[in-house]
Design a binder for this molecule. Sequence first.
Ligand SMILES: NC(=O)C1=CN([C@@H]2O[C@H](COP(=O)(O)OP(=O)(O)OC[C@H]3O[C@@H](n4cnc5c(N)ncnc54)[C@H](O)[C@@H]3O)[C@@H](O)[C@H]2O)C=CC1
Ligand SMILES: O=C(O)C(=O)COP(=O)(O)O
Length: 527
Amino acid sequence: MKILITDPIEESCVNILKSEGFTVDLKPGITKDEIKRIINDYVALIVRSGTRVTADIINEAKNLKIIGRAGAGVDNIDVDAATRRGIIVMNTPGGNTISTAEHTMSLILALARNIPQACEDLKSGNWNRKKFIGVELYGKTIGIIGLGRIGREVAIRCKAFGMNVIGYDPVVSSEVARKFGVELVAELDEIYRRSDFITVHVPLNEETRGMIGKNELLKCKRGVRIINCARGGIIDEMALLEAIESGHVAGAALDVFSEEPPPKDHPLIKHPKVIVTPHLGAATEEAQEKVAVQIAQQIVDALKERAIVGAVNAEILQLAMNEVIKPYLLLAEKIGLFQAQILKGKVKSVTGIFVGEMLKNSSQILISAFLKGMLNYLMSEPVNYINAPVIAREIGLSVSEKVSDDSGNYTHLLRFEVKTDKETKTVSGTVFGNNDIRIVGVDEFHFEFKPEGILIVYSNIDKPGMLASVSSILARSEINIAGLSLGRYGVGQKALTVMSVDNEIPQNVLREISSIDGIFDVKIVKL
Ligand SMILES: NC(=O)C1=CN([C@@H]2O[C@H](COP(=O)(O)OP(=O)(O)OC[C@H]3O[C@@H](n4cnc5c(N)ncnc54)[C@H](O)[C@@H]3O)[C@@H](O)[C@H]2O)C=CC1
Ligand SMILES: O=C(O)C(=O)COP(=O)(O)O
């Protein structure tokens, strides 16, 4: 199996992958066209922020299973396109947290004391002590937007400088924020209104793109200093330039830019009140070693199906590695495949009904497993746990779940109800022992059969001779019956028969069985 790496990465990443038996092609600086030309050969792609993994690359990658980001931000990867194709996207959060927090502190201090400007001035032969008078951090208020891994480490360090730290993050509680010395505010406006320094530590996404623009900057205190060590594009660059030129913003420190590398004559970068670094937040020996090792180990674990760590679009996959859940996933998939082959009409909706705490807690992945089984049969493109819900949505399938206490005496029971434009069909199953999967109900009929191999499924009137007629046709064609399961209402009423056979059923045999009086809806099901 081959792995492609398209950005510079520490050697330890390559060494780990090779020691686990993978072939690794390290091609930093490779062009997009070249990636598109060769990507089909690879099962995994590893990038940093330099490679834009766009939908057109992803669509060429027929064998790709994982896109690994050696770092935190995945905004350079089209995660939706990857999910649609069933490709895992994973990052290595935490590996570069400290380095980025320390870089943020370096920028805050450098900005407060005009260090880059003073350094450049002195190197060009001047001795200007007055020109570079700065401000103290002590006693100033810093507003931290985004109190995740990096935001929190920045908060701890700002506290050590005697700053008053306020923060905004919709998913963090006041209690948690207080542990890091942060006063949580309810509105971003309060950050703008109160802060002497503002630093952003949020991911770049549709919600955060341009979140600090002209209006937000106007809400800030006059003389505010702004730091961006997260992503270019979160702060509107032109609005920031205008606010600095007008004197409303005293200065900015930027590690990241909306276009990287930025254009040569970027007016914001050239501005004397702006200090810049070329995306160096994670550029330390320690961070690079950590993210290189982490991404290599995560990819090995995922490709060898040992564990899924760091997946940003497939959190539920971790459950698929759980030995107790595994047989239920196989069962759900087989029920999906079974339903797809016996249903009449166009599928409109699927409802998963779960009995037992363990199954209720795993409902999402069980539904994905069912959809995987059903959609792989109905559609020509490959469907897996990751893209199954997306594809279901695309084709207008309504998917829901219910919990049930109607266990039919089973501790754990899965039931999938599928509605088409012609009928509703419900199939249930359970697992005996550790991994003996069984279908135990089809509609109102109770059964017990193993969902595997070739099955003949038919409805019939429950009267003498039905089974003998079918078995004599099969015997004549030298088809061996391996198992039999009958479900019926009562004598003389409608019944359902599931017969497992050892050989393929030729069309003429199928026609002959279908023509028996009292037998109808004959289906061959392959599981
Ligand atoms: N300059 C550099 O080299 C580096 C930059 N980064 C950037 O920093 C970002 C943050 O990294 P981590 O702290 O590790 O991520 P994280 O996921 O631990 O934290 C992000 C936080 O932002 C919060 N958030 C999301 N949307 C928000 C919004 N609209 N308003 C306020 N808060 C919001 C989240 O709730 C979360 O707590 C990354 O996404 C990446 O883009 C990360 C590492 C290095
Ligand atoms: O991890 C992140 O989000 C970063 O921005 C670091 O980027 P890099 O891996 O240094 O290109």
